[in-house]
Design a protein around this ligand. Structure first.
Ligand code: AMP
Ligand code: MG
Length: 491
């Protein structure tokens, strides 16, 4: 491994605090060598915000680092161990195709995990090859960047490189590696792993590490493990509300895919909903709709209950007391979520103050949208710009009644009509990564090596609240022939 170490001025400033945790939490592992790495896409704004050097990353050595062929100074690549409930079934998992290269400390002193996804087998690969295909890695790049621009906490994508090798799925596909940036990769599943197979002292080490890394105010709390639980619940209540507000369907909310940091993580079969329908499911493997759009808040609460269970030995010396504390904290999720969702929905409708009947107003719009198959994003956009005649709701009795109620509601606040419209513009995105637009970008990139379609899409997605006419191309709906859209885990 030594001769592969490289010193170039990438700006990477790496530490390895995770490696100081008990040895059972990870396995040190070098990335596999790949034959002919080439840069597919590089995230320049992210490079700048992390204090990295674009020129160095574009150089041959830089691309070798992004492909795992060379190890940057200060790196200590490792695969993290974790478990998880996958569709309710508990199992041992771990980084089977990803490696934590190190934690980059930015010039502002923030700490981010740098992870290579698709970098070869690890001890946790089980039957898998540890590799990733170009299409799914570009897809993660596009959607995670879109989420970030929408103001939703997420892991980000620094780069995708092609490896020059073919990987075998149903057909042969070009191999690729994504560089993922995350506040951390600690998952609910990481706690489940230590809780199931570790000692209480190891569990405490993980909880203390997590507090130190994400929730430093915990030091002053009487029960810092309860604080940890409450903060994780609070962050998830924020996150899931934001998903619902833009129509994001994660698709595989297994406990291993829920990050303790509160970032959206693991972009597999995720997609954005077109027509409003709580039963929306895209994932080909989600036969029973466990992870349907409308079920995401319930699943988050279920996952958080699993997280709370792992903390029981730390919450109170008496198990019954610990259970009470945990149940109490988890039951707050629904209230917190509802509060965040309602306030986000009020924003989407230009409402500043709170009235008890707002929930009824919101629900009755949503049920009318569902009844007529109205597009979620474009309906709110049309309300924002008084362009409702362009939607399927135009002329429908339920909608006309609702519209009257809404107009009256808007008069019962002090803020002007202009501020109300402003609020709507900043709450209702003009563009989301529409499935057919994402597909056409991926097709051009993967099949023709033409990245221009993806670049234009990324550009539009980077300013979702601009509402410029150039964005119209990205708000058109798919042809009915391309529905229903199906996604695959992309492994
Ligand atoms: P995911 O569905 O991507 O959240 O992955 C679930 C588990 O499968 C994780 O432990 C992954 O590391 C592992 N995994 C996914 N794809 C592969 C692969 N190609 N090779 C080895 N392990 C994989
Ligand atoms: Mg995962």
């Amino acid at each position: 491994m030594k001769e592969r170490k490289v010193i170039i001025e990438t700006g990477l400033n790496l530490e390895n605090s995770y490696a100081s945790l008990p040895k059972t939490f990870f396995t040190r592992q070098s990335p596999s060598h790949v034959p002919s790495p080439k840069l597919a896409t590089l995230n320049y704004p992210l490079i700048t915000s992390l204090g990295l050097n674009a020129k160095a990353l574009q150089s041959n050595d830089g691309v070798d680092i992004l492909a795992g062929n060379k190890i940057p100074k200060g790196a200590m690549p490792l695969a993290q161990a974790y478990a998880g409930h996958q569709f309710e079934h508990f199992t041992m998992l771990g980084d089977g195709r990803a490696l934590l290269i190190g934690e980059h400390i930015t010039p502002l002193g923030e700490r981010f995990d740098i992870q290579l996804k698709g970098s070869g087998k690890t001890p946790y690969s089980r039957g898998g090859d540890g590799k990733a295909a170009l299409g799914p890695m570009l897809r993660e790049y596009i959607i995670s960047e879109a989420m970030n621009a929408l103001g939703i906490a997420t892991t980000r994508s620094l780069a995708v490189v092609t490896t020059g090798e073919s990987i075998i799925r149903e057909t042969e596909l070009p191999g690729a590696i994504l560089t993922r940036i995350a506040a951390s990769h600690i998952r609910v599943g990481t706690f489940q792993y230590v809780s199931r197979w570790g000692t209480v002292e190891e569990l405490r080490a993980l909880a203390d590490y997590t507090l130190q890394r994400h929730f430093q105010e915990g030091d002053d709390k009487e029960n810092r493990y309860l604080f940890l639980l409450q903060e994780v619940i609070k962050n998830q209540a924020k996150l899931i509300a934001k998903w619902q507000l833009v129509g994001f369907v994660h698709g595989v909310m297994n406990t291993d895919n829920m990050a303790i940091s509160g970032e959206t993580i693991d972009y597999g079969p995720c997609a954005f909903m077109d027509a409003y329908d709580p039963a929306t499911v895209f994932s080909s493997i989600d036969t029973y709709g466990r992870y349907a759009y409308g079920n995401q808040p319930n699943i988050a609460a279920w996952n958080l209950a699993r997280f709370a269970e792992t903390l029981l030995p730390l919450l109170h010396i008496n198990q019954n007391e610990a259970i009470k504390i945990a149940q109490n904290a988890v039951s707050d999720f629904t209230k917190l979520y509802k509060h965040n969702w309602l306030s986000g929905m009020r924003g989407k409708l230009g409402i500043f103050n709170e009235e008890l009947e707002d929930e009824y107003l919101i629900e009755s719009l949503l049920s009318t949208m569902q009844k007529y198959g109205a597009d979620y994003t474009n309906t709110f956009r049309a309300l924002t710009f008084d362009e409702i005649e362009d939607t399927v709701l135009f002329g429908k009795i339920e909608f006309d009644k609702w519209y009257e109620l809404w107009q009256k509601r808007l008069t019962r606040q002090e803020k002007s009509k202009v501020s109300s419209k402003q609020l709507m513009k900043s709450s209702n995105p003009a563009v989301i990564p529409r499935n057919h637009r994402v597909e056409e970008a991926l097709e051009a990139a993967v099949k023709q090596g033409d990245y221009s379609v993806m670049e234009r899409l990324l550009d539009a997605l980077s300013r979702p609240y601009d509402h410029s006419r150039e964005q119209d191309h990205y708000s058109t709906l798919p042809e009915p022939s391309t529905c229903p859209y199906r996604t695959y885990c992309g492994t």
